[in-house]
Write a protein that binds this ligand. Structure first.
Ligand SMILES: [Cu+2]
Length: 93
């Protein structure tokens, strides 16, 4: 029984890391030349960040050309050394 619980716990831990949370936001401004975006985001549970409008660096794999101010999106972030980078983003329907 203990073993089963341990396996289950490990599974959930791995899953949590493999699937970062999606956070909803509205695009405020796009700076494609610097690969940055300003998002008005909802509360971010993993880092306990209150809803706010802020600028993010965006991973170079993500094309910002298709996004427009006012658009609703959801995104994932990676935190490294206090810097937040958007590592995934998609339009919300
Ligand atoms: Cu913020």
């Amino acid at each position: 029984m203990k073993y089963v619980l341990l396996v289950l716990f490990s599974f959930f831990t791995l899953t949590a890391h493999a699937n970062p949370e999606w956070v909803k936001a509205e695009v405020v401004r796009i700076d494609a030349s610097r690969q940055r975006i300003v998002l008005k985001h909802e509360y971010i549970p993993s880092i306990k960040m209150a809803p706010m409008t802020m600028r993010f660096d965006v991973a170079k794999e993500i094309s910002l050309e298709k996004y427009r101010p006012g658009e609703k999106v959801r995104f994932q972030i990676k935190e490294a050394g206090g810097d937040l980078t958007v590592i995934a983003m998609e339009p919300l329907k």
